[in-house]
Write a protein that binds this ligand. Structure first.
Ligand code: GDP
Ligand code: IMO
Ligand code: MG
Length: 425
C-alpha cells in the first residue's frame, strides 16, 4: 500500500507541517524520519496555531498514528514538553510511538553546539543550537546513546560514563566550561524521562512494515530540506541529516520500492535561515515586503528568514535528488501585492549557463541568477477556494513554474489555514 514522502525542496520552512496535516486526512500513519527539534512545523486549525518540533504533524487527527522513526535525534525533555503542551490544548497524544533506535540528544550536545558556533565566530553556520550536529556526530562515531538505552539503566550508565569522560575533557580543557556530572544526567534521563517515554518506545521498523502489510497509508514527513541535506545541500551550511527522499528510507526502515509518491514542497519564493549561499536573495523593499507579508520569522527560533525569488535551478535539482512526483506550491498569496514577480530560470558564471546548481561551491557563490519576469496579479488570493478562482496572472505564474521545473504542481497554498489551498485541475 502507498507510502508518500513530503520533502522540502528549498532551505526549509516551505510549509511541510501544513501540507502533512492536509495530506494526513487520507492517511493512517505519519512518520518523521530525520532531524530533531531544529524543525518548526506550523499548522493553523480554525485560527489556532500549533508549532510542532518533534511530534509528527499528523498528531492533530485522532485517526493518525504518529511515529518518530530511527533517523530522528530525540531530546526527551523537549519531546515530553511538547506532548504536555499538545495535551493541554486538548490533542490526544496517546498514540505517539518512538523508535528505540533513534539517538538521544544529551545536554552536552546542546552545549557543544553553542560552543562550536561561538568558536567559529564569523564562520558560524547559524545552527539552531539544539545539539543536532553533535548528536549526529556521536551517532556516526558510534558513541551515541539511543532511545532504547533508556530501558536498560545499567547499559545507559555504562555508555554515559565512557562518552562523558571524553566530552568533559573537551568542555573543561578546550572550552573552559564546568564538567557535567554523569549522576545528574543519568538521574534526569533514567528517573524523569524513561518512565514517561517507556510505553512509547518500540521497534518502529516492524510498526511501519506491519502497517503497510495490512493496507495502511503512510506519510513520511521530512524536516529541513533538500538544500540543507548533509550530502546534497550547500555544505557546510547544512544540517547533519539527510532530509532528501532517500533519507525517508534509512530514517524509517522502509525500502525504496515502498515509496509510491514523493511530494516536493516549495514556497512561491525562497527563504533561508542561517548562513550560506543564496543566489536569488533579495534585499531592499521587495525583500522587506516578503518578510512582512510572509511572516518570515522562525517558527521556534524567531530568527528573521532571508528571502529571495523562486529559484527553478534548485527545484530542478530537487526533482532529480528526490524523484519528485509532484510539487505543492505554498504561500502564493504572499506575492499578491507585487507588480511583477521574478523567477530564476538559470544561473550564469564565467560565461557558462547552468540549468542545475554547479557542484563547486566557489562557483555557486559567484553565480548570477538569470531572471524571467511575469506580471503580478494584484488580487487577494486568500479566500480562493478553487483553482479556477485564481486570476489569470496567478495561474500563468503556476503554469510557468510547472513548465520551467518540469514537475506538475498538485496543490497551491493561498494562506496558512488548513482549508487555504486549491488544487490545479
Ligand atoms: P515547515 O517547517 O516547512 O513546516 O514550515 P514552517 O511552519 O516553519 O513555515 C511555514 C509558514 O508558512 C508557517 O507559518 C505556515 O503557517 C505558513 N504557511 C504555510 N502555507 C502557507 C500558505 O499557503 N500561505 C501563507 N500565507 N502561509 C502559509
Ligand atoms: P524545518 O523542518 C529552516 C538550518 C539552521 C542552520 C542549519 C544547521 O522547520 O524546515 P542545525 O541546527 O540543523 O544544525 O542548523 O540548518 N535549519 C533550518 N532552517 N528550517 C528548518 O527546519 C531548519 N532546521 C535547521 O538555520 O542554517
Ligand atoms: Mg519550519
Amino acid at each position: 500500500m502507498p507510502a508518500t514522502v513530503v520533502v522540502g525542496t528549498q532551505w526549509g520552512d516551505e510549509g511541510k507541517g501544513k501540507l502533512t496535516d492536509l495530506l494526513a486526512r487520507d492517511m493512517d500513519m505519519v512518520v518523521r524520519y530525520q532531524g530533531g527539534h531544529n524543525a518548526g512545523h506550523r499548522i493553523v486549525v480554525e485560527g489556532e496555531a500549533f508549532a510542532l518540533q518533534l511530534v509528527p504533524s499528523g498528531v492533530l487527527y485522532p485517526h493518525i498514528t504518529p511515529v518518530i522513526g530511527n533517523g530522528v535525534v530525540v531530546d526527551p525533555a523537549v519531546l515530553l514538553d511538547e506532548l504536555d503542551k499538545l495535551a493541554a490544548k486538548g490533542v490526544d497524544v496517546s498514540r505517539l510511538l518512538v523508535s528505540g533506535n533513534a539517538h538521544l540528544i544529551m545536554p552536552y550536545h546542546q552545549e557543544l553546539d553553542r560552543l562550536t558556533e561561538r568558536f567559529l565566530g564569523k564562520n558560524a553556520l547559524g545552527t539552531t543550537k539544539r545539539g543536532i550536529g553533535p548528536a549526529y556526530a556521536d551517532k556516526s562515531s558510534r558513541v551515541g546513546l539511543r532511545v532504547q538505552d533508556l530501558l536498560d539503566a545499567k547499559i545507559f550508565r555504562e555508555k554515559l560514563d565512557v562518552v562523558l569522560h571524553e566530552k568533559n575533557l573537551i568542555l573543561t580543557k578546550i572550552y573552559n566550561r564546568p564538567a557535567l556530572r554523569a549522576k545528574d544526567l543519568a538521574e534526569r534521563y533514567l528517573d524523569e524521562f524513561a518512565p514517561r517515554l517507556a510505553p512509547r518506545i518500540t521497534d518502529t521498523v516492524a510498526v511501519v512494515h506491519d502497517a503497510l502489510a495490512r493496507g495502511a497509508r503512510l506519510l513520511l514527513e521530512g524536516a529541513q530540506a533538500t538544500f540543507l541535506d548533509l550530502d546534497h545541500g550547500t555544505y557546510p551550511f547544512v544540517t547533519s541529516s539527510n532530509p532528501v527522499a532517500g533519507g525517508a528510507c534509512t530514517g524509517s526502515g522502509l525500502g525504496p520500492r515502498d515509496l509510491t509518491s514523493i511530494v516536493g514542497i516549495a514556497k512561491a519564493y525562497v527563504t533561508r535561515v542561517g548562513a550560506g549561499p543564496f543566489p536569488t536573495e533579495l534585499e531592499g523593499d521587495v525583500g522587506e515586503l516578503l518578510v512582512e507579508r510572509g511572516h518570515e520569522f522562525g517558527t521556534n527560533t524567531g530568527r528573521r528568514r532571508r528571502v529571495g525569488w523562486f529559484d527553478a535551478v534548485m527545484t530542478r535539482q530537487a526533482a532529480r535528488l528526490n524523484s519528485l512526483t509532484d510539487i505543492a506550491l505554498t504561500k502564493l498569496d504572499v506575492l499578491d501585492t507585487l507588480d511583477e514577480v521574478k523567477v530564476c530560470v538559470a544561473y550564469e558564471a564565467g560565461g557558462v549557463r547552468y540549468e542545475y546548481p554547479p557542484y563547486h561551491q566557489s562557483v555557486l557563490h559567484d553565480v548570477t541568477p538569470i531572471y524571467e519576469s511575469l506580471p503580478g496579479w494584484k488580487t487577494d488570493l486568500s479566500s480562493c477556494t478553487s483553482y479556477e478562482e485564481l486570476p489569470a496572472a496567478a495561474k500563468d505564474y503556476v503554469r510557468f513554474l510547472q513548465s520551467i521545473t518540469g514537475v506538475p504542481i498538485s496543490v497551491v497554498g493561498v494562506g496558512p489555514g488548513r482549508e487555504q489551498f486549491v488544487r490545479p485541475s
